[in-house]
Design a protein around this ligand. Structure first.
Ligand code: SF4
Length: 199
């Protein structure tokens, strides 16, 4: 175990993202979580250092999702990644609205799922495509995380809408004050922004 942590630390020191991700996979992380944490710990993610969680919540997240994380080893110190909107006026309320929306679509009402909902809400605060801002390897990994966190919500994205747009559209429908430009997507001039490819 000590050797594998040494390998992890060395990969991190040389900013070798695939090798950091491989260590996390070897410790039992699911692929999207391995991608997310590798990007976070290499400063390649727009997510905040603790993923929007409190310090103990972050430790719990790692314990739950990286079951082989070496016992007693500290979490890597944060590195600055691309900017995000966290800290801007009104953003905390927006994150809370998104987290509430995600939690409303949960299948399981356990703390681990609630934590994942928070991470996904915070993941909407980057300036780019959500899956890239979260450091995921592909858009499909975001679908996997959303389907795990909020399956009853994710299943409603039947038109393969961009996920961030979809979440805001759902907030719009819930009358939380996020207003779409048109009463229906079919009649909206912004359709390409909501449904275009997320490359
Ligand atoms: S296409 Fe227009 S109406 Fe539909 S979600 Fe996007 S902004 Fe809202």
């Amino acid at each position: 175990m000590r050797e594998s942590f040494r390998r992890f630390a060395a990969a991190r020191a040389r900013a070798d993202r695939p090798a950091v991700r491989a260590c996390l996979l070897a410790w039992g992380a699911a692929p999207p979580v391995a991608s997310l944490l590798a990007a976070l710990w290499l400063g390649r993610s727009a997510l905040p250092p603790r993923l929007g969680l409190r310090a103990w919540g972050m430790r719990a997240f790692v314990r739950e999702r990286v079951p082989g994380w070496p016992l007693g080893k500290p979490l890597p110190p944060p590195r600055h990644g691309p900017p995000c909107r966290l800290g801007d006026p009104g953003v905390a309320a927006e994150v809370a609205d998104l987290a509430r929306l995600l939690r409303s679509g949960r299948a399981a009402h356990d703390p681990a799922t609630a934590r994942l909902c928070t991470v996904l809400a915070v993941g909407c605060m980057g300036y780019g495509h959500m899956w890239k801002d979260m450091g995921l390897a592909a858009r499909a990994e975001l679908r996997t995380l959303l389907a795990e966190a909020a399956p009853r919500l994710a299943v409603r994205n039947t038109g393969d809408m961009r996920w961030k747009k979809f979440l805001y559209r759902e907030l719009c429908k819930s009358e939380a004050g996020y207003v779409c430009r048109a009463p229906s997507c079919d009649r909206c001039t912004g359709r390409a922004e909501c449904f275009g490819a997320e490359g």
